[in-house]
Design a protein around this ligand. Structure first.
Ligand SMILES: Nc1ncnc2c1ncn2[C@@H]1O[C@H](COP(=O)(O)OP(=O)(O)OP(=O)(O)O)[C@@H](O)[C@H]1O
Ligand SMILES: [Mg+2]
Length: 253
């Protein structure tokens, strides 16, 4: 086994995932650096979401899913984590923001309460999470209004606030901007850059320009395999594999 340095947040070792008899991911080995933005790119259906969802054991609800290989989060096998603790440490943001049908404040307070945050600290923690997700100034006068009244971009920042309120180590984002307009996208991209100072971010994106703009490290997948991973500039400017070169030059996908 490779030596695991403290700077690797997610260490994927020869990970294969099957749905029934169909192998979706083929022996993926990838080290995701801590406190950086790592982009997962590749054509539709190549397994980006499936890999991302492996990291916090989201496939567990699917009785068809089974695995080979190992994934270590902060040096601990994901199956040795207690699953709710793992999911608190490894938060997830989806393509379409899905706020709870509650007020803006309660969207964040709810998770804090069920995770045992003392009532006296809730208000401060909600405010801090809203500040960190660049939303506070836009919502400070309507914290008790329904979250569903927010714009799509604001809802996405609220979902990020809800996740960071639980003080995760890693934030997984599956095409978090694909339902957003360019201005909301720019805000989320800026926010992702800021969050990477404190958290490890793994971002699935279809948008190669987005990977170039915000990812430090990029992994290219094709048909369930990891073809190449490198510093983003290197991967795009000097790909080592022909498949990667064709993809980043826009020849397919
Ligand atoms: N629950 C499931 N059961 C069976 N097959 C699945 C399931 N989820 C995904 N797949 C299959 O796994 C493969 C990888 O899908 P995945 O969603 O990970 O791709 P992706 O790279 O995220 O694609 P996209 O860019 O379109 O989101 C696809 O062939 C898909 O049909
Ligand atoms: Mg996907």
């Amino acid at each position: 086994m490779n030596a695991i340095t403290p700077f690797v947040a997610v260490d994927v070792q020869s990970w294969s995932l099957f749905f029934g008899t169909r192998r979706i991911l083929h022996q993926i080995t990838l080290q995701i650096p801590a406190k950086q933005v790592t982009a997962l790119i590749g054509p539709s259906g190549c397994g980006k979401s499936t890999l991302l969802r492996s990291f916090n054991r989201m496939h567990e609800i699917n009785a068809e899913a089974h695995y080979e290989g190992k994934i270590y989060i902060e040096q601990k096998d994901i199956f040795q984590w207690e699953v709710t603790t793992l999911r608190r440490q490894v938060g997830m943001i989806f393509q379409k923001p899905v706020p709870f049908p509650k007020s803006i404040f309660d969207n964040i307070a709810y998770g804090l309460k069920i995770n045992g945050c003392p009532p006296s600290e809730i208000k401060g923690r909600v405010e801090e999470a809203l500040q960190k997700s660049y939303l506070f100034n836009e919502v400070k006068d309507k914290l008790h209004e329904p979250a569903t009244r927010l714009s799509g971009g604001q809802q996405q920042r609220l979902c990020i606030a809800r996740t960071i309120a639980l003080q995760p180590r890693i934030i997984l984002m599956d095409e978090p901007c694909s339902a957003l307009d360019p201005i909301s996208t720019a805000k989320i991209e800026e926010l992702i850059g800021e969050l990477a100072q404190q958290y490890t971010i793994v971002l699935v994106t279809h948008n190669m320009q987005q990977a170039i703009r915000i990812a430090d490290y990029t992994a290219f997948m094709y048909l369930g395999e990891l073809i190449e991973a490198n510093n983003t500039a290197e991967l795009f400017q000097n790909p080592q594999q022909e498949l990667t070169r064709n993809y980043v030059q826009g020849n397919f996908g």
